[in-house]
Write a protein that binds this ligand. Structure first.
Ligand SMILES: *Cc1c(COP(=O)(O)O)cnc(C)c1O
Length: 222
Protein backbone atom coordinates (compact mmCIF):
# COMPACT_ATOMS: atom_id res chain seq x y z
CA UNK A 1 0.00 0.00 0.00
CA UNK A 2 1.44 3.41 -0.78
CA UNK A 3 2.65 5.39 2.16
CA UNK A 4 0.27 8.31 1.97
CA UNK A 5 -2.61 5.91 2.26
CA UNK A 6 -1.40 4.62 5.63
CA UNK A 7 -1.02 8.15 6.92
CA UNK A 8 -4.45 9.18 5.62
CA UNK A 9 -6.13 6.09 7.02
CA UNK A 10 -4.60 6.73 10.43
CA UNK A 11 -5.66 10.36 10.41
CA UNK A 12 -9.20 9.51 9.35
CA UNK A 13 -9.61 6.91 12.07
CA UNK A 14 -8.04 9.03 14.80
CA UNK A 15 -10.27 11.98 13.92
CA UNK A 16 -13.33 9.95 14.89
CA UNK A 17 -12.02 8.46 18.15
CA UNK A 18 -13.09 9.70 21.57
CA UNK A 19 -10.10 10.88 23.65
CA UNK A 20 -10.22 7.94 26.05
CA UNK A 21 -9.89 5.35 23.28
CA UNK A 22 -6.40 4.07 22.43
CA UNK A 23 -5.66 2.93 18.90
CA UNK A 24 -3.49 -0.16 18.44
CA UNK A 25 -2.26 -0.39 14.84
CA UNK A 26 -2.36 -4.09 13.98
CA UNK A 27 0.60 -4.65 11.68
CA UNK A 28 0.77 -8.44 11.48
CA UNK A 29 2.05 -9.72 8.11
CA UNK A 30 2.98 -6.17 7.04
CA UNK A 31 6.56 -5.19 6.13
CA UNK A 32 8.54 -2.90 8.44
CA UNK A 33 8.35 -0.16 5.80
CA UNK A 34 4.61 0.06 6.41
CA UNK A 35 5.08 0.23 10.15
CA UNK A 36 7.72 2.93 9.70
CA UNK A 37 5.21 4.98 7.67
CA UNK A 38 2.66 4.68 10.43
CA UNK A 39 5.37 5.62 12.93
CA UNK A 40 6.28 8.68 10.88
CA UNK A 41 2.61 9.65 11.00
CA UNK A 42 2.78 9.58 14.78
CA UNK A 43 1.61 6.05 15.61
CA UNK A 44 3.46 4.52 18.56
CA UNK A 45 1.43 1.43 19.52
CA UNK A 46 1.58 -1.62 17.28
CA UNK A 47 -0.12 -4.98 17.63
CA UNK A 48 1.20 -8.30 16.33
CA UNK A 49 -0.12 -11.82 16.70
CA UNK A 50 3.09 -13.85 16.30
CA UNK A 51 5.81 -13.50 18.89
CA UNK A 52 8.71 -14.14 16.52
CA UNK A 53 7.45 -11.66 13.95
CA UNK A 54 6.98 -9.04 16.65
CA UNK A 55 10.48 -9.64 18.05
CA UNK A 56 12.01 -9.23 14.59
CA UNK A 57 10.16 -5.98 13.98
CA UNK A 58 11.07 -4.74 17.45
CA UNK A 59 14.75 -5.17 16.54
CA UNK A 60 14.41 -3.17 13.35
CA UNK A 61 12.17 -0.28 14.39
CA UNK A 62 12.48 2.72 16.76
CA UNK A 63 12.68 1.82 20.44
CA UNK A 64 9.91 4.11 21.64
CA UNK A 65 7.29 1.87 20.01
CA UNK A 66 4.97 0.06 22.40
CA UNK A 67 4.46 -3.52 21.27
CA UNK A 68 1.22 -5.31 22.02
CA UNK A 69 0.83 -9.06 21.61
CA UNK A 70 -2.74 -9.62 20.45
CA UNK A 71 -2.55 -13.24 19.29
CA UNK A 72 -3.12 -16.53 20.97
CA UNK A 73 -0.11 -17.30 23.13
CA UNK A 74 2.17 -20.28 23.04
CA UNK A 75 3.78 -20.42 26.46
CA UNK A 76 7.12 -21.68 25.18
CA UNK A 77 7.58 -18.49 23.14
CA UNK A 78 6.83 -15.95 25.86
CA UNK A 79 10.56 -15.72 26.56
CA UNK A 80 11.21 -14.11 23.19
CA UNK A 81 9.15 -11.02 24.01
CA UNK A 82 9.48 -10.75 27.78
CA UNK A 83 12.21 -8.09 27.58
CA UNK A 84 10.17 -5.61 25.58
CA UNK A 85 6.45 -6.39 25.25
CA UNK A 86 4.25 -3.60 26.64
CA UNK A 87 0.85 -5.31 26.86
CA UNK A 88 -0.31 -8.88 26.25
CA UNK A 89 -3.97 -8.99 25.20
CA UNK A 90 -4.73 -12.64 24.70
CA UNK A 91 -4.20 -14.42 28.02
CA UNK A 92 -6.70 -17.23 28.40
CA UNK A 93 -5.06 -19.59 30.89
CA UNK A 94 -3.70 -19.24 34.39
CA UNK A 95 -0.67 -21.30 33.38
CA UNK A 96 0.16 -18.65 30.76
CA UNK A 97 0.11 -15.97 33.44
CA UNK A 98 2.58 -18.04 35.42
CA UNK A 99 4.90 -18.34 32.44
CA UNK A 100 4.68 -14.60 31.68
CA UNK A 101 5.45 -13.91 35.33
CA UNK A 102 8.47 -16.21 35.26
CA UNK A 103 9.90 -14.62 32.13
CA UNK A 104 9.15 -11.06 33.28
CA UNK A 105 10.99 -11.73 36.51
CA UNK A 106 14.17 -12.63 34.62
CA UNK A 107 14.14 -9.11 33.19
CA UNK A 108 13.05 -7.48 36.43
CA UNK A 109 9.88 -6.25 34.74
CA UNK A 110 6.17 -6.15 35.47
CA UNK A 111 4.31 -7.10 32.28
CA UNK A 112 0.77 -5.83 31.80
CA UNK A 113 -1.80 -8.41 30.68
CA UNK A 114 -5.43 -8.53 29.64
CA UNK A 115 -7.59 -11.58 30.20
CA UNK A 116 -9.30 -12.67 27.00
CA UNK A 117 -12.99 -13.38 27.39
CA UNK A 118 -14.98 -15.55 25.03
CA UNK A 119 -17.85 -13.39 23.83
CA UNK A 120 -18.33 -14.72 20.28
CA UNK A 121 -20.70 -17.47 19.35
CA UNK A 122 -18.11 -19.04 17.06
CA UNK A 123 -16.32 -22.06 18.47
CA UNK A 124 -13.09 -20.99 16.84
CA UNK A 125 -12.44 -18.03 19.12
CA UNK A 126 -10.34 -18.47 22.21
CA UNK A 127 -11.14 -17.09 25.58
CA UNK A 128 -12.16 -17.59 29.16
CA UNK A 129 -15.72 -17.78 30.40
CA UNK A 130 -16.87 -14.90 32.61
CA UNK A 131 -16.81 -17.23 35.63
CA UNK A 132 -13.24 -18.26 34.90
CA UNK A 133 -12.21 -14.60 34.71
CA UNK A 134 -13.82 -13.83 38.05
CA UNK A 135 -12.14 -16.85 39.60
CA UNK A 136 -8.69 -15.94 38.33
CA UNK A 137 -8.99 -12.36 39.53
CA UNK A 138 -10.17 -13.49 42.96
CA UNK A 139 -7.64 -16.28 43.38
CA UNK A 140 -5.01 -16.24 46.09
CA UNK A 141 -2.35 -17.68 43.79
CA UNK A 142 -2.61 -14.66 41.51
CA UNK A 143 -1.14 -12.58 44.33
CA UNK A 144 2.12 -14.51 44.08
CA UNK A 145 2.62 -13.36 40.50
CA UNK A 146 4.21 -10.03 41.26
CA UNK A 147 5.82 -9.66 37.83
CA UNK A 148 2.53 -9.43 35.97
CA UNK A 149 -0.35 -7.02 36.31
CA UNK A 150 -3.81 -7.70 34.94
CA UNK A 151 -4.97 -4.30 33.74
CA UNK A 152 -8.13 -5.23 31.88
CA UNK A 153 -10.09 -7.48 29.58
CA UNK A 154 -10.06 -8.28 25.87
CA UNK A 155 -12.72 -9.75 23.62
CA UNK A 156 -13.36 -10.58 19.99
CA UNK A 157 -16.91 -10.49 18.68
CA UNK A 158 -18.47 -12.88 16.22
CA UNK A 159 -17.55 -12.19 12.61
CA UNK A 160 -20.94 -10.92 11.46
CA UNK A 161 -22.79 -7.95 9.98
CA UNK A 162 -25.55 -8.38 12.54
CA UNK A 163 -25.19 -5.15 14.52
CA UNK A 164 -27.49 -6.27 17.27
CA UNK A 165 -25.40 -9.35 17.83
CA UNK A 166 -22.26 -7.20 18.04
CA UNK A 167 -23.90 -4.81 20.51
CA UNK A 168 -24.97 -7.76 22.62
CA UNK A 169 -21.51 -9.32 22.72
CA UNK A 170 -19.60 -6.10 23.41
CA UNK A 171 -22.04 -4.90 26.03
CA UNK A 172 -21.84 -8.23 27.86
CA UNK A 173 -18.09 -7.75 28.28
CA UNK A 174 -18.52 -4.13 29.32
CA UNK A 175 -20.97 -5.29 31.99
CA UNK A 176 -18.45 -7.77 33.33
CA UNK A 177 -15.76 -5.07 33.29
CA UNK A 178 -18.00 -2.72 35.30
CA UNK A 179 -19.00 -5.44 37.71
CA UNK A 180 -15.39 -6.38 38.43
CA UNK A 181 -14.48 -2.76 39.04
CA UNK A 182 -17.43 -2.38 41.40
CA UNK A 183 -16.19 -5.49 43.19
CA UNK A 184 -12.83 -3.78 43.92
CA UNK A 185 -10.74 -4.64 40.88
CA UNK A 186 -8.97 -1.71 39.31
CA UNK A 187 -9.22 -2.54 35.64
CA UNK A 188 -8.58 0.31 33.22
CA UNK A 189 -8.39 -1.28 29.77
CA UNK A 190 -11.23 -2.84 27.81
CA UNK A 191 -9.76 -4.01 24.50
CA UNK A 192 -12.50 -4.64 21.96
CA UNK A 193 -13.15 -3.63 18.38
CA UNK A 194 -11.41 -4.30 15.05
CA UNK A 195 -11.68 -2.72 11.59
CA UNK A 196 -15.19 -4.01 10.97
CA UNK A 197 -16.74 -3.38 14.36
CA UNK A 198 -14.79 -0.80 16.35
CA UNK A 199 -17.47 1.88 16.21
CA UNK A 200 -19.94 -0.49 17.85
CA UNK A 201 -17.28 -1.55 20.36
CA UNK A 202 -16.70 2.09 21.33
CA UNK A 203 -20.43 2.66 21.75
CA UNK A 204 -20.27 -0.19 24.22
CA UNK A 205 -17.40 1.15 26.29
CA UNK A 206 -14.24 -0.01 24.56
CA UNK A 207 -11.12 1.89 25.66
CA UNK A 208 -8.72 0.22 23.22
CA UNK A 209 -9.34 -0.80 19.62
CA UNK A 210 -7.16 -3.08 17.51
CA UNK A 211 -7.31 -1.97 13.90
CA UNK A 212 -5.33 -3.57 11.09
CA UNK A 213 -6.77 -3.66 7.58
CA UNK A 214 -8.45 -0.24 7.82
CA UNK A 215 -4.98 1.25 8.35
CA UNK A 216 -2.62 -0.97 6.35
CA UNK A 217 -4.95 -2.50 3.76
CA UNK A 218 -5.88 -6.13 3.26
CA UNK A 219 -3.51 -8.76 4.54
CA UNK A 220 -1.96 -11.19 2.14
CA UNK A 221 -1.47 -14.64 3.70
CA UNK A 222 0.59 -16.88 1.49
C1 LIG B 1 -5.88 -9.33 13.11
C2 LIG B 1 -6.48 -8.92 14.39
C3 LIG B 1 -7.07 -7.65 14.55
C4 LIG B 1 -7.19 -6.64 13.42
O1 LIG B 1 -8.09 -7.07 12.45
P1 LIG B 1 -8.60 -6.08 11.29
O2 LIG B 1 -9.92 -6.65 10.92
O3 LIG B 1 -7.60 -6.13 10.21
O4 LIG B 1 -8.72 -4.73 11.89
C5 LIG B 1 -7.57 -7.31 15.79
N1 LIG B 1 -7.50 -8.16 16.84
C6 LIG B 1 -6.95 -9.38 16.73
C7 LIG B 1 -6.91 -10.27 17.93
C8 LIG B 1 -6.43 -9.80 15.51
O5 LIG B 1 -5.88 -11.01 15.42
Amino acid sequence: MNSNMIQENLQNIKATLPKNVTLVAVSKTKPVEDLQEAYNAGQRIFGENRIQEMAEKHELLPKDIKWHMIGHLQSNKVKYMAHFVDLIHGVDKFSTLKEINKQAKKHDRVIQCLLQAKIAEEDSKFGLSFDEIENILASEKLKDLVNIKIVGLMGMATFTDDKQQLHKEFSSLKNLFNKLNTDNQNLKTLSMGMSGDYQIAIENGSTMIRVGSSIFGKRNYN
